[in-house]
Ligand binder design. Sequence first.
Ligand SMILES: Nc1ncnc2c1ncn2[C@@H]1O[C@H](COP(=O)(O)OP(=O)(O)OP(=O)(O)O)[C@@H](O)[C@H]1O
Length: 683
Amino acid sequence: MVFNQTEKQEISYLQQIINRLKQVISHTDVSVKDHVDTLAEYKDYLWSNKDIDPHEIRSMRESILNHFAIGESVIDKRQRLAKIVDIPYFGRIDFQQKNEDRSIIPVYIGIHTFHDTESRTTLIYDWRAPISSMFYDYELGEASYQSPSGEITGKISLKRQYRIRAGKMEFMIESALTVHDEILQKELSINADDKMKNIVATIQREQNRIIRNEEARTLIIQGVAGSGKTSIALHRIAYLLYAFQDSISSKDILIISPNKVFADYISNILPELGEETVPETSMEQILFEVLNHKYKYLSFFEQVNELLTKPTPDFIKRIEYKSSFDFIASLDRFILHIENHYFRAEDVKLTKHITVPAEFIEEQFHRFNRYPMRQRFEAMTDYILDMMKVQYTFTVTTAERNFLKKEIKRMFAGNNDLQVYKDFFAWMDKPELFKMRKSHTLEYADLAPLAYLHIALEGSTKNCVKHLLIDEMQDYPPIQYKVMQKLFPCRKTVLGDASQSVNPYGSSTADMIQKALVTGEVMKLCKSYRSTCEITDFAQKIRTNTDLEPVARHGEKPKVLQYNNEKEELSAIKELIATYQASAYKSLGIICKTELQAREMADKLQIPDIHFLSSQSTAFVQGIIITSAHMAKGLEFDEVIIPQVDGKNYHSEIDRSMLYVATTRAMHRLTLTYTKNKTFLLY
Ligand SMILES: Nc1ncnc2c1ncn2[C@@H]1O[C@H](COP(=O)(O)OP(=O)(O)OP(=O)(O)O)[C@@H](O)[C@H]1O
């Protein structure tokens, strides 16, 4: 007999579970109140009995801490339960273990485990529990999963998916009956939110493999546009927090994201999955910190903007060179050169009678080569003085010690990062490849090599990051990965799409990243979920990606509309906006090539409720957004309008990248407009 066979039974079971959940929640309320009351009693007792003996105070202190900890864990449990009352579960498999006399267990799967202590049964399994993996990996029939005690094999005799909202079952689907995944189709046709959605109910097999990969120390995910890379990476973090809860917590994770808007857009996934948000930063911020916030520099946005608006061959050459592996090899050779030639020892007259000979000092510089160069001075001073003490039996004053250390430091010609970096180009006989911009501003491409040199000379401070997540991996050149590897020798998940680079002269493919990090397992995601087939086909014509396989979902064909002049184009865009406003869509992205064009367009449109997103913005908002292709990367909209796709505006390979990024942001509807002649990129 099948447990809860009919839909009617399932509906009444759902109600039963919700009632039980509510009951437990109200018990935990009482329990929390008890703990609060007890803590208050302790406090009163301590206040009114000031002269209690220290033993009693100590034991009370322990009891208070104990009560506090239990109270906190009860609150934590309560929060988790409150979260799942609306959607207790989304799937079920009935599993019977092989070679065991056990009966079939119905495994209901939700965001969190719900273990009923009274009946001692697990009513809901966390989607991350080992047994739940079968829900994603298998259809009916033979199945297996990895339990802590080894592989468990058996048979799945039933598989169901539910759509439950606000505690009500909207529908349920018997997996064996569906030809293709109806629930996935329904999820994909839903309108875009101002925050990324969690996808626990519809994670696909190829995605599940990535989420649950525990072996790879560095996992590099190359995924086509809209393949769920970012979603999967965040679900992977939630999974790792669950699977390794004794050794890793959210504060041990660091996300490197391209900008604040993107960070805001993805910020709700982990809380939705019941985990705390994890620290987030940007590549620029990290490099800037390594360099002690010392330099002014052109930001990555400014670099991309300059490449889009006034690229010069020299600028491109500088970026390309600093993104090559040859450059890294040369830097490494130069670091060796510093080691061998930058320390020029001299005799130091320590006292009237004692001189430390140059050769002896030089010898010590190389003796301590396990330390970064600038960190050797202290150890060298101590060692030299110890040796001298043995030989001459004298005591040194602090002043003499400091003097010796200062002299040793002075003998090293590599105390200034920037000077050393400039020396490198002279040493390479390529001085033209370094250019300081107006008012002592460095180019963005110089930031990482300078940080690399700094770390080689000075070392880096320890951090407690246990898992590093790098999104939009294609935009970071190899030298940046070299720096990250030095700073974060921990596990990593690195993800991106080589086809979506906005940094074409300095981008990295998965293979290059693997080479730079000297490790890494590459996994691919080829199915694209975001856009309709029509939009995906259109984008494929701009940049073909043979790996890409669209999910079968259909919609309107993208439109490319021609106008006689700018004024007509502008009023057409206004009409398109009005059509959007009258539709059920929730988000519209108007994506221009550059930030300046987006700003001008926003001014010209003069439409209230339109939000202009600049590289300085910090939050994503729902509704109508106008922004640059660079800023739009990683985001998605129900509808996208791309204005000014004329031949003058879009004409180069970097423009192609921008156009590709912009088109792949659209989920359901896409329109492009231009005046006079269309860009050749659209043929
Ligand atoms: N298994 C899935 N179930 C439901 N929706 C999914 C699934 N996988 C991906 N999606 C949806 O596809 C869209 C794209 O996901 P996401 O932004 O994570 O992809 P991406 O590969 O990082 O995209 P891009 O590189 O183009 O910015 C999102 O709306 C996401 O919810």
